[in-house]
Design a protein around this ligand. Sequence first.
Ligand code: SF4
Length: 231
Amino acid sequence: MDFSGWEKLSLLDFDDNITTTLFMAGCDFRCPFCQNSSLVLNPKSAPTIPWAEILDYLKKRTNVLDAVCVTGGEPTLMPDLSDKLADIKALGYKVKLDSNGSRPEILRLLINQGLDLRTAMDIKNSPEKYAMTIGTTNFSMDDIIESTRFLIDNKIPHEFRTTTIAEYHNEHDFEEIGKWLSGAQRYFIQRYIDSEHCISHGLHMVSKEKALVYKAILASTISHVDLRGYD
Ligand code: SF4
């Protein structure tokens, strides 16, 4: 497995950092609202970007770029992820790792290896509605919960985020998520945008008014909650 997509310059993926973003092909979920359907559904057809080419680019831009965002697909499925992240960190970059949280043992391994990472983990829905929201029953809710508790309890720099869909989410779901993720550092409620790149179509975004209701629910247990994509 290698990286298959590359957005060389982004100002949106990691706070105010000037970031380059790497996309891995392949994922163990099938979220209908996923914006990277080609990487998720057809990973074997995705292009391969040589790691040496990426490293060379990064070596030449240490004075220009601040950070690297590693996303997917699901990056924790990449067998040599820790080596690649170590290569990036050795160049002095900040690193943000996006994950769906399905492999807590990999998150634990990376942190235990001393990699200083910002993690961004998707929270797809309340536990009882996870399967319908990720498009598969082939997953472990225990693993998802373990990933969240690992990040929160060990104070690993993290954010959680939910892409809200009118057909999937309601107030009760966010009450349950708020109880589950009590003590989390940051949480973002993200606006869904339908596009030709989504796995499924016909879903609807949540209005800003409704997103603000969800924000208020989460704010009772999470210190920093904000909307993303609603400006
Ligand atoms: S949204 Fe994320 S977790 Fe869901 S299918 Fe796409 S890459 Fe996988």
